[in-house]
Design a protein around this ligand. Structure first.
Ligand SMILES: Cc1cc2nc3c(=O)[nH]c(=O)nc-3n(C[C@H](O)[C@H](O)[C@H](O)COP(=O)(O)OP(=O)(O)OC[C@H]3O[C@@H](n4cnc5c(N)ncnc54)[C@H](O)[C@@H]3O)c2cc1C
Length: 394
């Protein structure tokens, strides 16, 4: 009889950890407090599941200690994700480095994980409320209203409160806190930002290519190029998401946060001035605003300040006043302080037999498959190590 292992949370990381531990001979049970496992996976990649990326390095993650991330990525890279899913039956499609199941259905990813878990005799318990975790020096006790489960190891894979998917909440952090682990404040990341500095009500619904620079107390903290979505509260879209984690954290620290937006990044200011001169010459019958028809979406043109059009388009400065809530976020920053976790094993430095996996840790990835990569990677490491199997690269 193998070791008895309890995985708390049946999401991407928990399912991976359970499969890995069961493959290594452990007897594994997943305790999940919502009605179904793997619900968040279904929402990923707009329902298509961006499960990894060919470009992978520590710059793709935010963590107070990048060396923690590095140790994990050296143990589990993109080829490991590809191997793992190919063996589970997913034919992986590569879209400019972004990896998706060929079916273009996130449900395929969730389904193959559940199929493998069933094949490996992992017990799945939904609707399971965890009241308390205890270690008696020898065995872990997981208290639920009807039963106390006992085993050698517990893997905490409770994710974050990001999204409005049932089960995504802070209850995992409460359990972790009760064990004396430090948890860095959990804040939304990969989330739309609320801004002032423009009549947002008037530009709502627009989508434009743009370059966004994040300014914290006037200093550039990164820039992103891509499709920006204008909303009635501010800005959304991938470039804004990529900058949102550090923006929200800086706001929380009372810093001044601004976005400098370039709405015509393909033209320098000088090229734009020259272009407008040519247009004025070619079409002298047009008003200044009419000259922008064909260059800008109609809805944006009335917002251009008279005489300042080009400066505005190239250097639109918005003040960030907040973000949408965790309900609207794809991930959260913050979580279990990584200085109390061994990156080679995912085991707690405070408790023997207690492991962590996935987004519950204080590591959040940028958009592009990095958060799921983190879930597969840490799930595998935790599952391998808690079952006593050293694994290939551990
Ligand atoms: C809309 C959306 C789109 C996304 N798209 C992508 C994408 O394309 N690519 C990508 O890489 N990432 C994406 N992400 C992020 C990615 O889904 C998460 O980072 C990843 O699912 C985290 O995995 P996890 O197992 O750590 O947590 P989760 O998947 O959240 O799983 C945690 C599980 O634990 C359960 N749980 C929580 N607390 C308890 C408790 N106290 N007791 C028992 N069970 C508990 C939860 O119900 C849940 O089932 C997206 C996220 C969202 C919301």
């Amino acid at each position: 009889m193998g070791r008895q292992i309890y995985v708390i949370g049946g999401g991407a990381a928990g399912l991976t950890a359970a499969i890995t531990a069961a493959r290594a001979g452990a007897s594994v049970t997943i305790l999940e407090h919502s009605k179904k496992m793997g619900q968040k996976i279904l929402a990923t990649g707009n329902g298509r599941c961006n499960l990894g990326n060919h470009t992978l390095n520590t710059d793709c993650y935010h963590c107070p200690d990048p060396s923690f991330v590095e140790v994990v990525l050296t143990q589990w890279g993109t080829s490991d994700t590809l191997d793992f899913f190919t063996k589970l039956g997913i034919y992986v499609k590569d879209r400019e480095g972004y990896l998706y199941p060929y079916s273009d259905q996130a449900s395929s990813v969730r389904d193959v994980l559940l199929m493998e878990a069933a094949h490996r005799k992992v017990k799945l318990k939904n609707d399971c409320l965890i009241e308390k975790l205890e270690y008696d020096g020898n065995r872990w006790k997981v208290h639920t209203p009807g039963w106390t489960y006992q085993g050698e190891s517990v893997i905490l894979a409770t994710g974050s409160p990001a999204s409005n998917i049932s089960g995504a909440d802070n209850s995992g952090y409460e359990l972790i806190h009760s064990l004396g682990h430090k948890v860095r404040k959990v804040l939304p990341a990969l989330v739309p930002l609320k801004c002032k500095g423009v009549s947002t009500g008037k530009w709502a619904g627009l989508r434009m290519e743009g370059k966004v620079t994040l300014l914290v107390d006037g200093k550039s903290e990164g820039e992103e190029l891509g499709e920006i979505q204008m909303t009635d509260y501010g800005l959304s879209g991938i470039p804004v998401f990529q900058l949102s984690g550090p923006a929200v954290r800086a706001l929380d620290q009372g810093k001044k946060v601004q976005l400098l937006v370039d709405l015509l990044p393909r033209l320098t200011q000088q090229e734009l001035e020259q272009l407008m001169d040519v247009r004025r010459r070619d079409c002298p019958y047009k008003s200044e605003q009419e000259l922008y028809v064909g260059l800008l979406p109609d809805k944006l043109i009335p917002l251009l300040p008279k005489g300042q059009e080009i400066i505005w388009l190239k250097n639109l400065l918005l003040t960030v006043t907040g973000s949408k809530s965790a309900n609207a976020a794809q991930v959260c920053s913050g979580g279990v302080d990584v200085s109390q976790v061994n990156p080679y094993t995912m085991e707690s430095e405070l408790w023997k037999g207690l492991y962590f996996a996935g987004e519950v840790l204080d590591v959040d990835g940028i958009c592009g498959g990095y958060n799921l990569h983190w879930a597969w990677a840490t799930g595998t490491i935790a599952g391998t190590c808690c079952s006593g199997s050293k694994g290939r690269s551990l």
